[in-house]
Design a protein around this ligand. Structure first.
Ligand code: AHR
Length: 504
Protein backbone atom coordinates (compact mmCIF):
# COMPACT_ATOMS: atom_id res chain seq x y z
CA UNK A 1 0.00 0.00 0.00
CA UNK A 2 1.13 3.59 -0.65
CA UNK A 3 2.39 5.63 2.28
CA UNK A 4 -0.30 7.94 3.74
CA UNK A 5 -0.32 11.50 2.44
CA UNK A 6 0.43 13.91 5.30
CA UNK A 7 -1.98 16.84 5.60
CA UNK A 8 -2.07 19.60 8.19
CA UNK A 9 -5.14 21.64 9.04
CA UNK A 10 -4.28 24.98 10.65
CA UNK A 11 -7.35 24.53 12.79
CA UNK A 12 -6.97 27.69 14.85
CA UNK A 13 -6.43 29.97 11.84
CA UNK A 14 -9.17 31.56 9.75
CA UNK A 15 -9.37 33.02 6.25
CA UNK A 16 -12.10 34.54 4.11
CA UNK A 17 -15.77 33.72 4.32
CA UNK A 18 -16.80 31.15 1.69
CA UNK A 19 -19.89 33.00 0.51
CA UNK A 20 -22.89 30.73 0.18
CA UNK A 21 -23.42 32.32 -3.22
CA UNK A 22 -20.58 30.25 -4.66
CA UNK A 23 -23.20 27.46 -4.67
CA UNK A 24 -25.50 29.48 -6.94
CA UNK A 25 -27.34 28.07 -9.95
CA UNK A 26 -28.06 29.14 -13.51
CA UNK A 27 -31.44 28.44 -15.16
CA UNK A 28 -31.90 29.58 -18.75
CA UNK A 29 -34.80 29.25 -21.15
CA UNK A 30 -32.97 26.47 -22.95
CA UNK A 31 -34.17 23.00 -23.86
CA UNK A 32 -36.14 21.56 -20.94
CA UNK A 33 -34.30 23.59 -18.31
CA UNK A 34 -37.40 25.67 -17.56
CA UNK A 35 -40.27 24.13 -19.54
CA UNK A 36 -40.65 20.58 -18.24
CA UNK A 37 -37.81 20.97 -15.72
CA UNK A 38 -39.25 23.70 -13.50
CA UNK A 39 -42.55 24.64 -15.10
CA UNK A 40 -45.25 22.13 -15.97
CA UNK A 41 -48.24 24.47 -15.78
CA UNK A 42 -51.05 24.61 -13.26
CA UNK A 43 -53.16 22.00 -15.06
CA UNK A 44 -50.41 19.39 -15.27
CA UNK A 45 -50.89 15.94 -13.74
CA UNK A 46 -47.34 16.34 -12.40
CA UNK A 47 -47.71 17.60 -8.81
CA UNK A 48 -47.11 21.33 -8.80
CA UNK A 49 -47.70 24.54 -6.90
CA UNK A 50 -48.96 27.27 -9.25
CA UNK A 51 -47.36 25.41 -12.18
CA UNK A 52 -43.96 24.78 -10.56
CA UNK A 53 -42.96 21.14 -9.97
CA UNK A 54 -43.15 20.11 -6.31
CA UNK A 55 -40.42 17.47 -6.63
CA UNK A 56 -37.75 19.83 -7.91
CA UNK A 57 -38.68 22.47 -5.33
CA UNK A 58 -38.16 19.93 -2.54
CA UNK A 59 -34.85 18.78 -4.02
CA UNK A 60 -33.56 22.33 -4.49
CA UNK A 61 -34.64 23.41 -1.01
CA UNK A 62 -32.58 20.52 0.35
CA UNK A 63 -29.39 21.99 -1.16
CA UNK A 64 -30.27 25.52 0.01
CA UNK A 65 -29.77 27.12 -3.41
CA UNK A 66 -28.61 30.64 -2.56
CA UNK A 67 -29.49 32.33 -5.85
CA UNK A 68 -30.74 31.57 -9.35
CA UNK A 69 -29.55 33.41 -12.46
CA UNK A 70 -32.31 33.85 -15.06
CA UNK A 71 -33.51 34.11 -17.89
CA UNK A 72 -30.12 33.52 -19.59
CA UNK A 73 -27.50 33.22 -20.92
CA UNK A 74 -27.71 34.12 -24.57
CA UNK A 75 -31.50 33.99 -24.20
CA UNK A 76 -31.40 37.05 -21.90
CA UNK A 77 -30.13 39.37 -24.61
CA UNK A 78 -33.14 38.57 -26.80
CA UNK A 79 -35.69 38.42 -23.97
CA UNK A 80 -38.48 40.98 -23.84
CA UNK A 81 -40.00 40.76 -20.40
CA UNK A 82 -43.37 42.23 -21.35
CA UNK A 83 -44.07 39.11 -23.42
CA UNK A 84 -43.98 37.09 -20.19
CA UNK A 85 -46.40 38.93 -17.89
CA UNK A 86 -50.17 39.04 -17.54
CA UNK A 87 -52.87 36.44 -18.20
CA UNK A 88 -51.33 33.31 -19.73
CA UNK A 89 -53.74 33.36 -22.66
CA UNK A 90 -52.57 36.83 -23.70
CA UNK A 91 -48.86 36.12 -23.65
CA UNK A 92 -46.86 36.40 -26.83
CA UNK A 93 -45.25 33.29 -28.20
CA UNK A 94 -41.87 33.63 -29.80
CA UNK A 95 -38.94 31.53 -31.01
CA UNK A 96 -35.90 30.70 -28.94
CA UNK A 97 -33.40 31.58 -31.65
CA UNK A 98 -30.37 30.62 -29.58
CA UNK A 99 -31.46 27.18 -28.50
CA UNK A 100 -32.76 24.79 -31.11
CA UNK A 101 -35.35 27.17 -32.56
CA UNK A 102 -37.80 25.90 -29.95
CA UNK A 103 -41.10 27.66 -29.39
CA UNK A 104 -41.06 30.08 -26.43
CA UNK A 105 -44.60 30.24 -25.00
CA UNK A 106 -43.65 32.84 -22.36
CA UNK A 107 -45.86 31.05 -19.84
CA UNK A 108 -42.92 31.17 -17.44
CA UNK A 109 -42.17 34.86 -17.03
CA UNK A 110 -41.21 37.32 -14.31
CA UNK A 111 -43.99 36.49 -11.83
CA UNK A 112 -43.46 32.74 -12.25
CA UNK A 113 -39.69 33.11 -11.79
CA UNK A 114 -40.19 35.14 -8.63
CA UNK A 115 -42.64 32.54 -7.36
CA UNK A 116 -40.08 29.82 -8.13
CA UNK A 117 -37.18 31.47 -6.26
CA UNK A 118 -39.54 32.17 -3.39
CA UNK A 119 -40.61 28.52 -3.25
CA UNK A 120 -37.00 27.28 -3.16
CA UNK A 121 -35.83 30.03 -0.79
CA UNK A 122 -33.27 31.58 -3.17
CA UNK A 123 -32.39 35.13 -4.18
CA UNK A 124 -33.23 36.34 -7.70
CA UNK A 125 -30.38 37.10 -10.09
CA UNK A 126 -32.03 38.70 -13.12
CA UNK A 127 -30.09 39.42 -16.32
CA UNK A 128 -31.40 42.36 -18.32
CA UNK A 129 -31.38 42.53 -22.10
CA UNK A 130 -28.45 44.74 -23.06
CA UNK A 131 -27.85 43.16 -26.48
CA UNK A 132 -31.16 43.82 -28.25
CA UNK A 133 -33.15 45.70 -25.62
CA UNK A 134 -33.09 49.31 -24.51
CA UNK A 135 -32.17 51.01 -21.27
CA UNK A 136 -35.82 52.06 -20.99
CA UNK A 137 -37.03 48.46 -21.33
CA UNK A 138 -34.65 47.32 -18.57
CA UNK A 139 -35.56 50.27 -16.32
CA UNK A 140 -39.27 49.52 -16.81
CA UNK A 141 -38.65 45.87 -15.89
CA UNK A 142 -36.95 46.89 -12.66
CA UNK A 143 -39.85 49.22 -11.90
CA UNK A 144 -42.34 46.41 -12.58
CA UNK A 145 -40.47 44.14 -10.20
CA UNK A 146 -39.58 46.54 -7.42
CA UNK A 147 -41.77 49.69 -7.38
CA UNK A 148 -44.42 50.35 -4.79
CA UNK A 149 -47.98 49.26 -5.63
CA UNK A 150 -49.03 52.93 -5.67
CA UNK A 151 -47.00 53.54 -8.87
CA UNK A 152 -48.20 52.61 -12.35
CA UNK A 153 -45.55 49.88 -12.64
CA UNK A 154 -46.41 48.54 -9.19
CA UNK A 155 -50.14 48.64 -10.00
CA UNK A 156 -49.51 46.50 -13.06
CA UNK A 157 -47.61 43.96 -10.94
CA UNK A 158 -50.39 44.01 -8.33
CA UNK A 159 -52.96 43.39 -11.06
CA UNK A 160 -50.91 40.33 -11.98
CA UNK A 161 -51.22 39.03 -8.45
CA UNK A 162 -48.29 40.47 -6.48
CA UNK A 163 -48.84 43.82 -4.76
CA UNK A 164 -45.64 43.69 -2.71
CA UNK A 165 -42.41 44.61 -4.50
CA UNK A 166 -40.17 41.69 -5.39
CA UNK A 167 -36.61 41.53 -4.21
CA UNK A 168 -34.07 41.64 -7.04
CA UNK A 169 -30.82 41.05 -5.22
CA UNK A 170 -28.56 40.65 -8.26
CA UNK A 171 -28.82 42.29 -11.66
CA UNK A 172 -26.80 41.11 -14.66
CA UNK A 173 -25.93 43.91 -17.10
CA UNK A 174 -25.94 41.79 -20.25
CA UNK A 175 -24.52 38.38 -20.97
CA UNK A 176 -21.38 37.52 -22.96
CA UNK A 177 -21.44 40.88 -24.69
CA UNK A 178 -18.17 39.77 -26.31
CA UNK A 179 -20.13 36.95 -28.04
CA UNK A 180 -23.83 36.08 -28.25
CA UNK A 181 -24.67 39.28 -26.35
CA UNK A 182 -23.66 41.50 -29.27
CA UNK A 183 -19.99 40.88 -30.17
CA UNK A 184 -18.99 44.20 -28.60
CA UNK A 185 -15.43 45.36 -28.11
CA UNK A 186 -14.64 45.85 -24.39
CA UNK A 187 -14.65 49.64 -24.76
CA UNK A 188 -17.97 49.64 -26.59
CA UNK A 189 -19.50 47.39 -23.92
CA UNK A 190 -18.38 49.76 -21.19
CA UNK A 191 -20.12 52.68 -22.93
CA UNK A 192 -23.27 50.63 -23.53
CA UNK A 193 -23.32 49.20 -20.00
CA UNK A 194 -22.98 52.46 -18.03
CA UNK A 195 -26.52 53.80 -18.77
CA UNK A 196 -27.94 50.39 -17.77
CA UNK A 197 -26.04 50.63 -14.48
CA UNK A 198 -27.25 54.21 -14.06
CA UNK A 199 -30.95 53.94 -14.89
CA UNK A 200 -32.06 50.47 -13.77
CA UNK A 201 -33.28 51.66 -10.37
CA UNK A 202 -34.35 49.24 -7.71
CA UNK A 203 -37.26 50.84 -5.85
CA UNK A 204 -37.78 48.16 -3.21
CA UNK A 205 -37.62 50.17 0.03
CA UNK A 206 -36.43 47.12 1.97
CA UNK A 207 -33.30 46.74 -0.15
CA UNK A 208 -30.94 48.97 1.74
CA UNK A 209 -27.47 48.46 3.17
CA UNK A 210 -26.22 44.90 2.80
CA UNK A 211 -29.41 43.98 0.99
CA UNK A 212 -28.96 46.59 -1.75
CA UNK A 213 -29.12 45.27 -5.30
CA UNK A 214 -25.76 44.31 -6.78
CA UNK A 215 -25.08 45.03 -10.45
CA UNK A 216 -22.89 42.50 -12.22
CA UNK A 217 -21.18 43.58 -15.44
CA UNK A 218 -20.09 41.28 -18.23
CA UNK A 219 -16.47 40.29 -17.72
CA UNK A 220 -13.99 37.90 -19.25
CA UNK A 221 -14.50 35.07 -21.67
CA UNK A 222 -12.18 32.43 -20.21
CA UNK A 223 -8.57 33.54 -20.44
CA UNK A 224 -9.19 36.73 -22.42
CA UNK A 225 -8.35 39.63 -20.11
CA UNK A 226 -9.56 42.50 -22.33
CA UNK A 227 -12.99 42.82 -20.68
CA UNK A 228 -11.43 42.49 -17.21
CA UNK A 229 -9.10 45.42 -17.96
CA UNK A 230 -11.71 47.63 -19.61
CA UNK A 231 -14.56 47.10 -17.14
CA UNK A 232 -12.37 47.34 -14.04
CA UNK A 233 -10.66 50.47 -15.39
CA UNK A 234 -14.10 52.01 -15.91
CA UNK A 235 -15.09 50.91 -12.40
CA UNK A 236 -12.03 52.64 -10.94
CA UNK A 237 -13.05 55.87 -12.67
CA UNK A 238 -16.74 55.64 -11.82
CA UNK A 239 -18.55 58.63 -10.35
CA UNK A 240 -21.75 59.13 -8.31
CA UNK A 241 -23.93 58.35 -11.33
CA UNK A 242 -23.16 54.66 -11.72
CA UNK A 243 -21.19 51.83 -10.23
CA UNK A 244 -20.76 48.07 -10.23
CA UNK A 245 -20.92 45.39 -7.60
CA UNK A 246 -19.66 42.40 -9.60
CA UNK A 247 -17.69 41.26 -12.65
CA UNK A 248 -18.79 38.09 -14.42
CA UNK A 249 -16.45 35.33 -15.65
CA UNK A 250 -17.58 32.47 -17.89
CA UNK A 251 -15.45 29.37 -18.22
CA UNK A 252 -16.60 25.89 -19.19
CA UNK A 253 -14.72 22.59 -19.17
CA UNK A 254 -15.23 21.40 -22.75
CA UNK A 255 -12.23 19.39 -23.97
CA UNK A 256 -12.21 21.64 -27.09
CA UNK A 257 -14.82 23.34 -29.22
CA UNK A 258 -17.40 22.20 -30.20
CA UNK A 259 -17.83 19.96 -27.15
CA UNK A 260 -17.48 16.35 -28.25
CA UNK A 261 -16.63 14.41 -25.11
CA UNK A 262 -19.41 11.93 -24.33
CA UNK A 263 -21.17 12.12 -20.98
CA UNK A 264 -21.28 8.31 -20.62
CA UNK A 265 -19.07 5.47 -21.80
CA UNK A 266 -15.80 7.42 -21.73
CA UNK A 267 -12.36 6.13 -20.84
CA UNK A 268 -9.73 7.21 -18.35
CA UNK A 269 -7.85 9.27 -20.95
CA UNK A 270 -10.96 11.41 -21.48
CA UNK A 271 -11.40 11.67 -17.70
CA UNK A 272 -7.82 12.88 -17.17
CA UNK A 273 -8.05 15.37 -20.03
CA UNK A 274 -11.19 17.04 -18.67
CA UNK A 275 -9.99 17.03 -15.06
CA UNK A 276 -6.74 18.69 -16.15
CA UNK A 277 -8.69 21.32 -18.05
CA UNK A 278 -11.01 22.01 -15.13
CA UNK A 279 -8.04 22.57 -12.81
CA UNK A 280 -7.16 25.48 -15.11
CA UNK A 281 -9.89 27.41 -13.26
CA UNK A 282 -7.27 28.07 -10.56
CA UNK A 283 -4.89 30.00 -12.88
CA UNK A 284 -7.78 31.70 -14.63
CA UNK A 285 -9.15 33.15 -11.41
CA UNK A 286 -5.67 34.10 -10.24
CA UNK A 287 -4.95 35.99 -13.49
CA UNK A 288 -8.24 37.89 -13.54
CA UNK A 289 -8.02 38.58 -9.80
CA UNK A 290 -4.56 40.10 -10.25
CA UNK A 291 -5.98 42.54 -12.82
CA UNK A 292 -8.93 43.32 -10.56
CA UNK A 293 -6.50 43.98 -7.69
CA UNK A 294 -4.86 46.74 -9.75
CA UNK A 295 -8.13 48.68 -10.01
CA UNK A 296 -9.84 47.49 -6.85
CA UNK A 297 -7.21 46.59 -4.23
CA UNK A 298 -9.87 46.57 -1.50
CA UNK A 299 -11.69 43.76 -3.36
CA UNK A 300 -15.02 45.54 -3.31
CA UNK A 301 -16.03 44.03 -6.65
CA UNK A 302 -16.50 40.25 -6.53
CA UNK A 303 -15.51 38.04 -9.43
CA UNK A 304 -18.76 36.22 -10.22
CA UNK A 305 -18.17 32.96 -12.09
CA UNK A 306 -21.77 32.89 -13.26
CA UNK A 307 -21.32 30.17 -15.88
CA UNK A 308 -19.10 27.17 -15.18
CA UNK A 309 -19.31 23.42 -15.48
CA UNK A 310 -18.57 20.59 -17.86
CA UNK A 311 -20.05 21.01 -21.36
CA UNK A 312 -20.16 17.65 -23.17
CA UNK A 313 -21.56 16.19 -26.39
CA UNK A 314 -25.36 16.18 -26.42
CA UNK A 315 -27.04 12.93 -25.39
CA UNK A 316 -27.53 10.95 -28.64
CA UNK A 317 -31.05 11.28 -29.97
CA UNK A 318 -31.73 14.62 -28.26
CA UNK A 319 -32.01 18.03 -29.94
CA UNK A 320 -28.37 19.25 -29.99
CA UNK A 321 -29.65 22.77 -29.28
CA UNK A 322 -31.04 21.58 -25.94
CA UNK A 323 -27.56 20.88 -24.46
CA UNK A 324 -28.77 17.78 -22.68
CA UNK A 325 -26.09 15.49 -21.20
CA UNK A 326 -25.78 12.80 -18.53
CA UNK A 327 -23.90 13.50 -15.33
CA UNK A 328 -21.33 11.05 -13.97
CA UNK A 329 -18.97 10.40 -11.07
CA UNK A 330 -16.38 12.31 -13.11
CA UNK A 331 -18.63 15.36 -13.14
CA UNK A 332 -19.03 15.12 -9.36
CA UNK A 333 -15.23 15.24 -9.03
CA UNK A 334 -15.09 18.18 -11.45
CA UNK A 335 -17.70 20.01 -9.34
CA UNK A 336 -15.80 19.37 -6.10
CA UNK A 337 -12.48 20.53 -7.59
CA UNK A 338 -14.04 23.75 -8.85
CA UNK A 339 -15.74 24.47 -5.53
CA UNK A 340 -12.39 23.94 -3.80
CA UNK A 341 -10.78 26.46 -6.16
CA UNK A 342 -13.57 28.98 -5.55
CA UNK A 343 -13.18 28.51 -1.78
CA UNK A 344 -9.43 29.17 -1.99
CA UNK A 345 -10.22 32.43 -3.79
CA UNK A 346 -13.12 33.32 -1.52
CA UNK A 347 -11.71 36.81 -0.96
CA UNK A 348 -12.51 37.68 -4.59
CA UNK A 349 -14.86 34.91 -5.80
CA UNK A 350 -18.01 35.54 -3.81
CA UNK A 351 -20.58 34.12 -6.19
CA UNK A 352 -20.72 31.44 -8.89
CA UNK A 353 -23.53 29.82 -10.87
CA UNK A 354 -23.14 26.32 -12.20
CA UNK A 355 -24.52 25.78 -15.71
CA UNK A 356 -27.22 24.74 -15.48
CA UNK A 357 -29.72 23.77 -12.80
CA UNK A 358 -32.04 21.25 -14.50
CA UNK A 359 -31.69 19.13 -17.68
CA UNK A 360 -29.05 21.39 -19.25
CA UNK A 361 -25.24 20.86 -19.24
CA UNK A 362 -23.86 19.93 -15.77
CA UNK A 363 -27.28 19.71 -14.17
CA UNK A 364 -28.24 19.13 -10.56
CA UNK A 365 -31.41 17.36 -11.59
CA UNK A 366 -32.66 15.49 -14.66
CA UNK A 367 -36.36 15.15 -15.42
CA UNK A 368 -38.39 13.29 -17.99
CA UNK A 369 -42.09 14.13 -17.74
CA UNK A 370 -43.08 13.00 -14.20
CA UNK A 371 -39.71 11.33 -13.51
CA UNK A 372 -36.87 13.06 -11.70
CA UNK A 373 -33.35 11.96 -10.76
CA UNK A 374 -30.66 13.67 -8.69
CA UNK A 375 -27.26 13.72 -10.38
CA UNK A 376 -23.85 13.05 -8.78
CA UNK A 377 -23.23 16.82 -9.02
CA UNK A 378 -26.36 17.42 -6.92
CA UNK A 379 -24.91 15.17 -4.22
CA UNK A 380 -21.68 17.18 -4.16
CA UNK A 381 -23.64 20.39 -3.60
CA UNK A 382 -25.54 18.67 -0.78
CA UNK A 383 -22.41 17.26 0.86
CA UNK A 384 -20.77 20.71 0.73
CA UNK A 385 -23.68 22.43 2.55
CA UNK A 386 -21.59 23.07 5.70
CA UNK A 387 -19.26 25.18 3.56
CA UNK A 388 -21.98 27.74 2.81
CA UNK A 389 -20.87 30.94 4.56
CA UNK A 390 -18.17 28.99 6.41
CA UNK A 391 -14.78 30.49 7.23
CA UNK A 392 -11.89 29.14 5.19
CA UNK A 393 -9.26 27.27 7.24
CA UNK A 394 -5.80 26.80 5.68
CA UNK A 395 -4.70 23.26 4.81
CA UNK A 396 -1.26 22.16 3.65
CA UNK A 397 -0.57 18.82 2.00
CA UNK A 398 1.58 17.08 -0.54
CA UNK A 399 -1.00 16.24 -3.22
CA UNK A 400 1.04 13.43 -4.76
CA UNK A 401 0.56 12.56 -8.43
CA UNK A 402 -2.00 10.75 -10.52
CA UNK A 403 -0.72 10.13 -14.06
CA UNK A 404 -2.67 8.97 -17.08
CA UNK A 405 -1.07 8.85 -20.51
CA UNK A 406 1.02 11.99 -20.73
CA UNK A 407 -1.13 13.86 -18.22
CA UNK A 408 0.00 14.47 -14.65
CA UNK A 409 -2.53 15.55 -12.06
CA UNK A 410 -2.60 15.95 -8.29
CA UNK A 411 -3.76 12.77 -6.63
CA UNK A 412 -5.77 14.44 -3.89
CA UNK A 413 -7.26 17.83 -3.20
CA UNK A 414 -8.62 19.19 0.08
CA UNK A 415 -10.15 22.22 1.74
CA UNK A 416 -11.23 22.91 5.32
CA UNK A 417 -13.55 25.46 6.88
CA UNK A 418 -15.43 26.33 10.07
CA UNK A 419 -19.17 26.45 9.58
CA UNK A 420 -21.39 29.21 10.91
CA UNK A 421 -21.69 27.32 14.23
CA UNK A 422 -17.91 27.00 14.61
CA UNK A 423 -17.67 23.31 13.65
CA UNK A 424 -14.64 22.26 11.61
CA UNK A 425 -15.22 20.49 8.24
CA UNK A 426 -12.96 19.00 5.60
CA UNK A 427 -13.68 18.08 1.98
CA UNK A 428 -11.17 15.75 0.34
CA UNK A 429 -11.19 14.41 -3.20
CA UNK A 430 -9.22 11.43 -4.49
CA UNK A 431 -8.84 12.16 -8.20
CA UNK A 432 -7.23 8.82 -9.00
CA UNK A 433 -9.81 6.50 -10.59
CA UNK A 434 -7.86 3.32 -9.74
CA UNK A 435 -5.86 3.81 -6.54
CA UNK A 436 -7.36 4.37 -3.10
CA UNK A 437 -5.49 6.99 -1.07
CA UNK A 438 -4.80 7.35 2.58
CA UNK A 439 -4.57 10.84 4.07
CA UNK A 440 -3.07 11.29 7.53
CA UNK A 441 -4.58 14.53 8.79
CA UNK A 442 -3.19 16.39 11.77
CA UNK A 443 -4.77 19.42 13.33
CA UNK A 444 -2.60 22.24 14.62
CA UNK A 445 -3.96 23.56 17.89
CA UNK A 446 -6.80 21.09 18.57
CA UNK A 447 -7.18 17.49 19.69
CA UNK A 448 -9.55 15.49 17.50
CA UNK A 449 -11.45 12.34 18.42
CA UNK A 450 -13.38 11.52 15.26
CA UNK A 451 -14.15 12.48 11.67
CA UNK A 452 -17.68 11.84 10.54
CA UNK A 453 -19.62 12.58 7.37
CA UNK A 454 -20.23 11.11 3.93
CA UNK A 455 -18.37 9.63 0.97
CA UNK A 456 -19.40 9.78 -2.67
CA UNK A 457 -17.87 7.18 -4.98
CA UNK A 458 -18.96 4.76 -7.69
CA UNK A 459 -17.92 1.59 -9.44
CA UNK A 460 -16.72 3.52 -12.48
CA UNK A 461 -15.78 7.09 -13.35
CA UNK A 462 -18.61 7.07 -15.89
CA UNK A 463 -21.21 5.71 -13.46
CA UNK A 464 -24.40 7.76 -13.65
CA UNK A 465 -27.80 7.94 -11.98
CA UNK A 466 -30.66 7.05 -14.30
CA UNK A 467 -34.42 7.15 -13.82
CA UNK A 468 -34.33 3.36 -13.42
CA UNK A 469 -31.28 3.31 -11.14
CA UNK A 470 -31.34 6.66 -9.34
CA UNK A 471 -28.94 5.70 -6.51
CA UNK A 472 -25.97 4.31 -8.44
CA UNK A 473 -23.91 7.34 -7.34
CA UNK A 474 -25.14 8.48 -3.96
CA UNK A 475 -23.46 9.47 -0.69
CA UNK A 476 -22.84 6.87 2.02
CA UNK A 477 -22.01 7.41 5.71
CA UNK A 478 -18.30 7.73 6.47
CA UNK A 479 -16.36 7.86 9.71
CA UNK A 480 -12.79 7.56 10.95
CA UNK A 481 -11.47 7.50 14.52
CA UNK A 482 -8.57 9.58 15.69
CA UNK A 483 -5.24 8.04 16.59
CA UNK A 484 -3.90 8.48 20.11
CA UNK A 485 -1.93 11.51 18.88
CA UNK A 486 -5.15 13.31 17.88
CA UNK A 487 -4.73 12.96 14.12
CA UNK A 488 -7.10 11.11 11.79
CA UNK A 489 -6.29 8.79 8.90
CA UNK A 490 -8.89 9.16 6.17
CA UNK A 491 -9.03 6.26 3.73
CA UNK A 492 -10.35 7.51 0.44
CA UNK A 493 -11.67 5.05 -2.12
CA UNK A 494 -10.48 5.55 -5.69
CA UNK A 495 -12.43 8.40 -7.44
CA UNK A 496 -14.13 9.65 -4.33
CA UNK A 497 -15.19 12.75 -2.47
CA UNK A 498 -15.29 12.69 1.33
CA UNK A 499 -16.83 15.49 3.40
CA UNK A 500 -16.40 15.10 7.15
CA UNK A 501 -16.93 17.04 10.31
CA UNK A 502 -13.81 17.00 12.44
CA UNK A 503 -15.05 16.41 15.96
CA UNK A 504 -12.76 17.60 18.73
O1 AHR B 1 -25.07 27.89 -20.79
C1 AHR B 1 -25.24 27.88 -22.16
C2 AHR B 1 -24.74 29.13 -22.83
O2 AHR B 1 -23.36 29.23 -22.68
C3 AHR B 1 -25.25 30.44 -22.30
O3 AHR B 1 -26.49 30.80 -22.80
C4 AHR B 1 -24.21 31.41 -22.76
O4 AHR B 1 -24.11 32.53 -21.93
C5 AHR B 1 -22.95 30.57 -22.81
O5 AHR B 1 -22.26 30.74 -23.99
Amino acid sequence: ADAPIPLTVEATKGGSKIDRNIFGQFAEHLGTGIYGGVWVGKDSSIPNVRGIRKDIVAALRAIRVPDVRWPGGCFADEYHWRQGIGPAANRASSVNTNWGGAGEPNTFGTDEFMDFVDQIGAEAYVSVNVGSGTVQEAADWLAYMTADASTSAGKERAANGHPAPYKVKYLGLGNESWGCGGSMTPEHYVDVMKPFARFTHNFNPKQTGADAMQRIAVGPNGDDTSYTEAVMKAYKGHDWAWSLEGLSLHSYTTGGWPPSYPSTGFDEAAYAKLVKETLGMEGLIARHSAIMDKYDPEKKVPLVVDEWGVWLAPTPGTNPGFLQQQNSMRDAIIAALNINIFARHADRVRMTNIAQMINVLQAMILTDKEKMVLTPTYHVFKMYLPFQDATFVPVTFDAGTYAEGGIQLPRVDAIAARDTSGRLWMAITNLDPKRPASVRASFAGIRVHRAQGEVLTAARIDSVNSFDKPDTVSPKPYSASASSGGGVTLDLPAKSIVVVQIES
